[in-house]
Design a binder for this molecule. Structure first.
Ligand code: BG6
Length: 541
């Protein structure tokens, strides 16, 4: 079964390559020799990428630099076309100049003028109001023209880089203009939707209905950029490409798991957005629950989108979501930063940030204990914490193993430390294994030591940006690293009850005493109590 599936994939890759048009020699970009042969076969078909919200921050910081870098390493065909759609009146030339500045500023490698000139020849702009049917008729016409002029074979990728409130309008208008139609003389049509995907379970369900009224699920790519990070992708390789970890990856051997997404940054001028989101909706519902599902999932039957997503979904559905007020008070801690010091500089408290209410109860920190009610993880707590303005920026998953059954060497060590496996997502990407070793000498002294693998010293190639990986995957039609409708809803089912209880408390007599941690620290003391109550400690990062 598995080998048939693989050979089918190989055949379709071959067909794709055979169907790709020859490239004009002058336009041929430099191929990074490190990737030649490895990823070359994965060059997608030509397509037109329509970016809604083309003059915004996300387009400037992430989408365009990612497309430019894919082109730079030869992973985008020369015909690739970008059509910006936004309200501002701009000419193609003005739009190109605007993007050149953005790419020069935000690309991970310096912009090369010759390559940019070639890339920019495929960039166009279309002014329009998002709710105006006429704008979509013009868009449709323009796409037809560009498909012929540029050879994009009528393949269309719609990227919603707009505020979430505009999503349903754009999707509806795309449907009315039949821009979602595929096949029968059309190429493919796909849509990328950014997070936040809804505000709670009900709004996410509604958004899924809005999307699915127009697009089939296989055309929809809900982006969570954490899934595009190299080290997050490596988690799957680490777990399922090695034989030695899987047998101990369960309740028999694992004592508990910690997941930390710590940021030293504050809300960075996004006060208005953050007031609506808070740490729970901004990070926990998506990035953290995705990390958790990758760590906890069963091995998928194949490395294919739905097989992976089915397993992640099963984990999310196994999370105990029965957040009674009593359990919430015990197992979930929320926090908000006050003024403090970060990197030797004084920083204001959250309530002093622009566009934030002076009595805001929005949480900038959350720590919680999660239980996964399944055969593998019953009684193994997962401790999660995330926050802004913490002591440092670090994302890590640590799996702490049980102590050996007989403590032969207890008393020899200052403090017996259990085995630990830490997967460092960022920065200093790598994997650390802690174990006990004998201290050299005539006596018998034992101490914990670390076996440390770092990406930087083991590999010479640069890791791509998450958006490069994800955009390439959308263009290739590979949805493995994107969240499916049911997954998003299952994740909201975990966090929505928490938000609802908090909101009820805030309206009543239970308003939190915020701020409850100083910027530049590791969050409120209650977060330490949460884990220490169970005889464990947060790992010092
Ligand atoms: C985003 C959040 O999704 O992720 C931001 O909205 C957060 O608040 C960011 O800062 C963190 O991403 P990264 O890649 O810097 O860890």
């Amino acid at each position: 079964m598995r080998s048939r599936r693989h050979s089918r994939e190989r055949r379709s890759d071959v067909a794709r390559r055979a169907a790709a048009p020859p490239r004009a020699p002058a336009a041929r970009p430099q191929i990074n020799p490190l990737r030649a042969g490895l990823r070359l076969e994965k060059v997608p078909e030509p397509a037109c990428v329509v970016v809604f919200g083309a003059t915004g921050d996300l387009t400037h910081r992430k989408i365009l630099p990612a497309l430019y870098n894919l082109r730079r390493v030869g992973l985008l065909p020369a015909e690739t076309t970008i059509l910006g759609f936004a309200r501002r009146p701009l000419t193609d030339e003005q739009f190109r100049a605007d993007l050149k500045e953005a790419v020069a500023r935000f690309s991970r490698v310096p912009l090369q003028d010759a390559l940019w000139a070639d890339f920019a020849a495929g960039i166009f702009y279309q002014q329009g109001e998002f709710h105006d049917p006429d704008a979509y008729r013009r868009l449709s016409q323009r796409l037809d023209e560009l498909s012929v002029a540029r050879g994009t074979r009528d393949n269309r990728l719609f990227y919603l880089a707009t505020p979430p409130s505009l999503g349903p309008t754009i999707i509806d208008q795309l449907g009315r203009a039949s821009l979602d139609v595929e096949g029968r003389g059309h190429g493919w049509a796909r849509i990328v939707i950014e997070k936040p995907f809804g505000q709670d379970l009900e709004s996410a369900r509604q958004l899924n209905r809005d999307v699915q009224r127009v697009f089939r699920e296989s055309q929809v790519y809900r982006i969570d950029h954490y899934l595009g990070k190299e080290t997050v992708r490596n988690l799957l390789v680490f777990r399922f490409g090695n034989g030695i970890f899987e047998p101990i990856w369960n309740r028999r051997y694992v004592d508990h798991v910690q997941i930390t997404v710590a940021e030293s940054l504050g809300v960075e001028g996004r006060g208005a957005f953050y007031e609506e989101a808070g740490a729970t909706r901004d990070i926990l519902q998506n990035h953290m629950l995705q990390l958790l599902s990758l760590v906890a999932m069963e091995p998928p039957i194949a490395f294919a989108a739905d097989d992976l997503r089915n397993e992640k979904l099963r984990v999310l559905r196994a999370i105990d979501c029965d957040w009674t007020a009593e359990r919430l008070a015990r197992d979930v801690v929320r926090g908000q930063y006050g003024p403090g010091w970060v990197g030797g500089k004084p920083v204001p408290g959250y309530r002093e940030e622009p566009e934030v209410a002076p009595d805001s109860t929005t949480e900038t920190f959350v720590a919680l204990k999660v239980e996964i009610n399944n055969w593998r993880w019953a009684d193994v707590p997962f401790y999660l914490r995330t926050g802004k303005r913490l002591a440092k920026t670090a994302t890590e998953i640590s799996v702490q193993f049980k102590q050996p059954p007989l403590a032969l060497f207890r008393g020899l060590q200052a403090e017996p430390e259990p085995n630990l496996l830490a997967l460092r997502i960022q920065p200093d990407e790598g994997i650390l294994l802690r174990f006990v070793a004998k201290v050299p000498g005539l006596g018998l002294d034992v101490r914990s030591v670390n076996m440390d693998f770092t990406y930087g010293s083991s590999f010479v190639s640069d890791a791509p940006e998450a958006y490069e990986t994800l955009l390439l995957d959308v263009l290739l039609g590979d949805a493995s690293l994107f969240t499916r409708a049911d997954e998003v809803e299952a994740a909201w089912a975990v966090v929505t009850p928490i938000n609802e209880v908090w909101e009820a408390w805030d309206r009543g007599a239970h308003r939190p005493e915020f701020p409850n941690y100083a910027a530049g620290t590791w969050g409120p003391e209650e977060a330490d109590h949460l884990i220490e109550r169970d005889g464990r400690r947060w790992r010092r990062l």
